[in-house]
Design a protein around this ligand. Structure first.
Ligand code: ADP
Ligand code: MG
Length: 261
């Protein structure tokens, strides 16, 4: 299985206030395409910063990120934006919806950037899938935190990214909605072969992933496969496609669901 993400001695230092703060320090790892990976660690350990570096939203102080075959440090801002547009989905911890766009317009953005016909229709269908079919024309300010999170999630996968980064994607959801959103993420991995990299504090969600990477003070302190030695106790709903009207997604996800038993 080829690597879709490789980090080499990645370091990010924030400068300012008279002192430097290194929040990601010498991280090297490789993640295979089609797998699922959880990043865990205490608050402030650098999870969000690491995710931003991996997705090309932020630039490393030193070291290298190779995303889908592209060394991000060699790309300029426009080239990184194009790579993100075509290959990357990102669910932000703080949602980052466009306040002047309705829910359905927010979700449609990644496809409209690619001048896709029918972006709005697909956006409406995906919002239905995340339980927001009756909120299409609401603006972010009219939505709860959990509802905004689900809009952010639908936006992150509408263009079928090769790799999806999700920063605490169930952090604002009640347990039933959280479980539905989790199922959607893993369906996306299974059906579309999307590589999933998610930050979570929830042990159960981490245990569903093929691999868990634990950060402490910006360095990797554990890297293991939780599914290897025990049966998974959580099962996704089956039989429905993440994308409406699309049963045939290709074989990529079928055998590559993150190495779960
Ligand atoms: P986590 O997601 O694990 O909670 P973060 O990556 O958000 O951690 O933050 C790691 C550390 O970096 C924290 O101490 C935080 O205060 C600091 N930090 C994050 N962003 C910035 C920034 N833009 N400028 C300065 N310090 C920052
Ligand atoms: Mg964070």
């Amino acid at each position: 299985m080829p690597a879709i993400l490789q980090l080499l001695d990645l370091t990010r230092t924030y400068r300012g206030g008279g002192h430097d703060l290194t929040v990601v320090q010498g991280v090297s790892l490789s993640i295979n395409a089609g797998t699922t990976c959880a990043i865990t660690g205490p608050s402030g350990s650098g999870k969000t910063t690491l995710l931003g570096l991996c997705a090309g939203l932020d630039r490393a102080t030193s070291g290298s990120v190779v995303l889908d075959g592209h060394a991000l440090e060699r790309l300029d801002e426009d080239e990184r934006a194009l790579l993100r547009r075509d290959r990357v989905g990102f669910v932000f911890q703080d949602f980052q919806l466009v306040p002047t766009l309705s829910a359905v317009e927010n979700v449609a953005v990644p496809l409209e950037l690619r001048r896709h016909n029918g972006a709005r229709k697909l956006a409406a269908e995906l919002l239905q899938r995340v339980g927001l079919g009756d909120r299409l024309d609401h603006y972010p300010v009219q939505l709860s935190g959990g509802e905004q999170q689900r809009v952010g999630l639908a936006r992150a996968f509408i263009h079928r990214p090769a790799i999806l980064f999700a920063d605490e994607p169930t952090g604002n959801l009640d347990s039933a909605t959280g479980a539905a959103v989790e199922d959607l993420l893993f369906e996306l991995n299974r059906e579309a072969g999307t590589t999933l990299i998610l930050v979570t504090h929830e042990a159960e969600l981490a245990a569903r992933c093929g691999r868990v990477i634990r950060l402490m003070n910006g360095t990797v302190v554990a890297d293991y496969a939780p599914g290897e030695h025990r049966e998974s106790t959580v099962h996704s709903s089956r039989g429905s496609s993440v994308y409406p009207h699309d049963g045939a997604f290709g074989p990529a996800g079928s055998g590559a669901a993150g190495g779960r038993p």
